[in-house]
Design a protein around this ligand. Structure first.
Ligand code: ASP
Ligand code: MG
Length: 413
């Protein structure tokens, strides 16, 4: 008998029929003798609908009140799933985040989990009851409702698994695992049997939307055994083994060099031209950007000539207009010649722990893109990834040729 935490995403609980399917799947695991804690998202589209409703009242909704209303989506699905399980003759009990007492800090809309009280859940599990918990939400010290950021139900699932020392945390979603890249762009993309925790972390931060990045961080910190599976098939059929996020790297000889190609369309680039090349200039440019709470990703400063230099950096596309306005404001103060920007760029990355033991990975990427006539605007690397910024119009082509260049369409050993 194992203690399993399962999380079902919005598509998996998108209709009454699908909720009944989830109940059947949960029932199947229960009948195999396992103890189950089930986390659910809101029905697909519901969180967006609630946010749009808030935006119709306030252009930038009050953060506390937004959490009060946007957390209701998950309250609907926990009740419905408990009903569906009761219909099947099982004991089930639903809990909101506050009822379990998922305690968070008070950063509304992006709260972090501080602690989880497992008492009520343990008592239910010991009493043969299936526990159902609302994803995405918690309460702060004062009892205010908080939410964990978009995609936050993944984090609820992993955090519960950590708190309960569950044997496994299964993330059920609308794909049957983590793929070498998005199969909508590359039909030959393959499901990975395993992916290392570090690779998953890179992929999540580089734009893969399979798991919320915080959930991966959480899994890493508490060594939660995490598996991504599909909930869309018939619950009676075997769901396969999905993708397991592992903490061990395979044998370096057998390890694939690259595990996946990730991408992010959500990027924009800003360039400050002809600033004096002197100490403090990076701070004068990026200080005001940081103060405005804008995340900066890649940064490039060219070698100075004639005593001046060009300075480029990337931000989320949503922050582009604000960043541009800030630079225009500091322009004369830093004696820049001009400010330019481009919000039609994207970032494409190759990720793999195998890079550590194989040289030449980056150059294969550059050669492949050159052969297609794709100009690289910026480059950044870490131990296990190489990222390039290219014109958005090349995104799909770049992903396709790189997927092929690293043999990701071929089965590995
Ligand atoms: N319902 C929330 C969202 O759409 C949380 C989640 O689904 O993970 O972001
Ligand atoms: Mg999700």
């Amino acid at each position: 008998m194992a203690l399993i935490v399962q999380k079902y995403g919005g598509t998996s609980v998108g209709t009454a029929e699908r909720i009944k399917n989830v109940a059947r799947r949960v029932a199947k695991w229960k009948m195999q003798g396992h103890q189950l804690v089930v986390v659910v998202s809101a029905m697909s589209g519901e969180t967006n609908r609630l946010i749009a409703l808030a935006n119709a009242i306030q252009a930038s909704p009050d953060p506390r009140e937004l959490d009060v209303m946007v957390s209701t989506g998950e309250q609907v699905t926990i009740g419905l799933l408990a009903m569906a399980l009761k219909e099947l003759g099982f004991k089930a009990r639903s809990y909101t985040g506050g009822q379990v007492r998922i305690l968070t800090d008070n950063a509304y809309n992006k709260a972090r989990i501080l602690s989880i009280d497992d008492q009520a859940m343990r008592a239910d599990l010991d009493n043969d009851t299936i526990v159902i918990v609302a994803g995405f939400q918690g309460v702060d010290e004062q009892g205010n409702l908080t939410t964990l950021g978009r995609g936050g139900s993944d984090t609820t699932g992993v955090a519960l698994a950590a708190a309960l020392k569950a044997d496994e945390c299964q993330i059920y979603t609308d794909v049957d695992g983590v793929y070498t890249t998005d199969p909508r762009i590359v039909p030959e993309a393959r499901r990975l049997e395993t992916v290392t925790f570090e690779e998953m972390l890179e992929m999540a931060s580089l734009g893969s939307k399979v798991l919320q990045i915080r959930s991966v961080e959480f899994a890493g910190k508490y060594k939660v055994k995490l598996r991504v599976l599909s909930s869309l098939g018939d619950p009676g059929e075997d769901e396969g083994s999905g993708t397991l996020i592992t903490f061990e790297e395979g044998n370096p000889m057998e390890q694939a060099i690259i595990s996946g190609i990730a991408f992010n369309r959500d990027e924009a680039k800003l360039t400050v031209l002809g600033v004096p090349d002197r100490p403090g200039i990076a701070y004068q440019i990026l200080g005001p950007i940081a103060e405005a709470n804008i995340d900066v990703d890649m940064i490039i400063q060219n070698v100075g000539h004639d005593g001046t230099t060009d300075f480029s950096f990337t931000v989320n596309r949503g922050d582009y207009a604000r960043a541009l306005a800030i630079l225009e404001e500091v322009k004369s103060h830093i004696s820049a010649r001009a400010i330019t920007g481009d919000n039609k760029i994207c970032k494409v990355s190759a990720v793999g722990v195998g890079m550590r033991s194989h040289p030449g990975i980056a150059s294969r990427m550059f050669r492949t893109l050159a052969e297609e006539g794709i100009n690289i605007q910026m480059i950044s690397t870490s131990e296990i990834k190489v990222s390039v910024v290219v014109d958005e119009k090349y995104l799909e082509l770049a992903v396709r040729v790189l997927h092929k260049a690293y043999d990701l369409d071929k089965a590995t050993v």
